[in-house]
Write a protein that binds this ligand. Structure first.
Ligand SMILES: [Ca+2]
Ligand SMILES: [Ca+2]
Length: 239
């Protein structure tokens, strides 16, 4: 089975600082700062899953970050060697900070494709969303909460499985996410805000945006769990 699913990363050989700036698009100063943080956390020059978990846990003192951190670590450790050098670490981070939307979505797909087979099953989706819930200590305790959680996972799954064949392929994933990002962009546009503020009659020249109730619900539900994964991880790991 192919290891790692993003591909295209530069080979992990030791680069000079200048070269690393060029590859990662981080400035010298940013890299030096990250390197200091890295050396402090990992004096032996490698970051492993345990350290990853410890870093994430600091950001989520009221939740349990271990599961999510292990999924993120897996997505960074493309060679599945169990540890990352500084260069491997910043190359993955660079993708989340400076990559194209397509790069970021590929990474997110990889995060959810827990067994590297190029498809996201309902079970994997549930596991990762559960891990996101754990971050903030949100847990379905009662039977009703458990049912609401499963319905939430179901709605996201149905929306993402574009061709309705029972699994989320990378094509499904890209298509569903890109159409959601387009909706997000529209919502953020001034025209939309103006039309909402003024009410049902938009001013001349402003085109009101119609969003179905289904899409609206999906945007609210999937926003944090799925569409923003790369942003959350980048915020945490950029020391
Ligand atoms: Ca899979
Ligand atoms: Ca599908």
């Amino acid at each position: 089975m192919e290891r790692g699913c993003r591909g295209g990363r530069q080979p992990a050989r030791l680069s000079s600082l200048e070269e690393l700036c060029r590859i990662t698009k981080f400035t010298k100063k940013e890299l030096q700062c990250m390197y200091r943080g890295f050396k402090e956390e990992c004096p032996n020059g490698f970051i492993n899953e345990e350290t990853f978990k410890a870093i994430f846990s600091r950001f989520f003192p009221y939740g349990n970050a271990t599961l999510y951190a292990s999924y993120v670590f897996r997505s960074f450790d493309e060679s599945r060697s169990g540890s990352l050098t500084f260069q491997e670490f910043v190359q993955s981070l660079s993708l989340l900070c400076h990559g194209t939307l397509h790069d970021k979505l590929e990474w997110t797909f990889c995060l959810y494709d827990l067994n590297d087979d190029g498809r996201i099953t309902r079970k994997a989706l549930k596991s990762v969303i559960q891990a996101v819930y754990n971050l903030v200590g949100k847990k379905p305790y009662t039977a009703a909460e458990e049912e609401a959680f499963l319905n939430h996972v179901d709605r996201i799954f149905k929306k993402m499985d574009v061709d309705k064949d029972g699994v989320i392929s990378k094509e499904d994933f890209m298509e569903a996410c890109l159409s959601m990002y387009k909706l997000f962009a529209k919502i953020k546009s001034k025209d939309f805000i103006a039309s909402v503020v003024i009410g049902s009659v938009p001013p001349k020249g402003v085109v009101p945006i119609e969003i179905s109730a289904d899409d609206n619900l999906f945007l609210q539900e999937a926003g944090n769990d799925l569409l923003d994964s790369w942003r959350v991880v980048a915020d945490i790991l950029c020391w």
